[in-house]
Design a protein around this ligand. Structure first.
Ligand code: SF4
Ligand code: SF4
Length: 405
């Protein structure tokens, strides 16, 4: 099983302090971004051609605390549990410093009082980091804006914040279960927009659920009344999924209307899929007008949605566990956010992923993924590394896992 590379332990203590003193502070994030891009490109090439591929993308739910009450998600029912303490998170980052792309999520990540310190540890321990992504519900605008400002002062390389927005004002507040959430999201957007420049990006993230089909245009129109410069290109779309270990909504109703579904495609599900596809096509057309690597990836994701809705199978050879993985708030490691297949806990492996990823359980899971034996999904968190890992010419597309064993 390939492992995420450690962060050059021999060279790091010597090189990094010298780089820090040689370079002007304002150049450091730029240099870091260049190095991070190079490491990400190398990891993608290795993933495509089976040359010692290793996970380069980490999705880490740092907390299960959430101040939202979303209809499509049950994380807020769970409570915070024995989540990893800052020292444990630091030990985890220190022992597995080779990730290029990290999503710090929740729950609501910014509810952790030490969220700034978590990012500080990430930046110190992961010299190869290229992209940091944090989604937020914007329920507490003051806390969110202060935390993002504090993180920006840490000079991360590429940094993206996604503000959840699931419809026009009344619908959004109803689906999110929090009165006034639309207004608070607008307040966060207004406060953070002036900071968008260079390597900092801000998006809206709309999750397509059975309760908001075909609302993208109305959502944009409502946003533009408050934020006239926002366009469709400022939106990301996601399909609502269910999972026991992450969203805590595995037993939720609505049968095959939330993925992975219960099997066949009912007439109601087919009608819903058509409405979702209207939104997908709208966004695809907007993204087609721009030339940007993120837009390119997004277009490929959106193109995959249509196939996923038709076939209910991951439209690409899934590369979870080979190129990406998920760590829950209590340190449990999984192949992805959807498949409830625990592989081991960081607390039992001295916070090293190596023993967990080399275990028979992980090898079995990798083989099952390659054989299509997982529940199947198409969510951006997992689809992006899969698209990157399959996207180069003559990429190895066989069914067998790369370098398993
Ligand atoms: S979707 Fe996000 S904001 Fe909503 S309950 Fe789940 S974790 Fe909280
Ligand atoms: S296709 Fe399967 S293994 Fe891959 S991300 Fe989805 S559920 Fe997980």
């Amino acid at each position: 099983m390939p492992l995420p590379p450690a962060a050059d332990p021999a060279m790091d203590p010597w090189l990094r302090p010298r780089l820090r003193s040689w370079l002007r502070p304002e150049l450091r994030p730029g240099l870091r971004s260049i190095l991070g891009r190079w490491h990400l490109a190398r990891a993608v090439i290795r993933g495509n051609y089976g040359v010692r591929p290793s996970p380069f993308k980490l999705t880490f739910a740092v907390t299960d605390r959430c101040n939202s009450r979303c209809r499509a998600c049950g994380i807020w029912h769970r409570g915070c549990g024995e989540e990893l303490a800052l020292g444990e998170i630091d030990a985890f980052f220190a022992a597995n410093g080779g990730f290029s792309w990290v999503d710090l999520t929740g729950g609501e990540f910014f509810l952790r009082p030490d969220c700034r310190e978590v990012v500080q540890s990430l930046l110190a321990r992961m010299p190869r980091l290229y992209h940091l992504h944090i989604p937020t519900n914007g329920v507490d605008p003051g806390r969110t804006v202060d935390a993002v400002r504090a993180i920006l002062r840490l000079s991360p390389p590429w940094f993206t914040v996604t503000l959840s927005l699931d419809g026009p004002p009344a619908l959004h507040d109803r689906l999110r279960g929090v009165a006034g959430n639309w207004e608070s999201v607008m307040a966060v957007h207004e406060a953070l927009s002036p900071l968008v420049r260079g390597r900092f990006r801000l998006f809206f993230g709309l999750t397509l659920t059975p309760w908001n089909p075909g609302t993208l245009a109305a959502t944009l129109a409502a946003v533009q009344e408050r934020r006239p410069r926002v366009t469709l290109a400022d939106f990301h779309l996601n399909l609502a999924h269910r999972s026991g270990h992450y969203y805590n909504n595995a037993g939720a109703g609505d049968g095959d209307l939330v993925f992975p579904g219960s099997g066949g495609v009912s007439p109601a599900a087919a009608r819903l899929a058509e409405a979702w596809l209207g939104d997908i096509r709208l966004l695809t057309a907007a993204r087609r007008r721009r030339f940007d690597p993120v837009d390119f990836l997004e277009r490929r994701y959106l193109a995959g949605v249509e196939r996923f809705l038709r076939e209910r199978k991951c439209p690409e050879r899934c590369r979870s566990l080979a190129l990406s993985l998920f760590v829950g708030a209590t340190g449990e490691v999984y192949p992805c956010i959807i498949w409830d297949r625990p592989l081991g806990n960081l607390r039992e492996s001295a916070f090293r992923l190596g023993p967990i990823l080399e275990s028979p359980r992980a090898r079995e899971a990798l083989t099952e993924i390659a054989m299509g034996g997982c529940p199947h999904c198409w969510t951006p968190c997992e689809a992006y590394p899969t698209l990157l890992g399959n996207g180069l010419p003559f990429s190895r597309r066989g069914g067998a896992p790369l370098e398993a064993g």
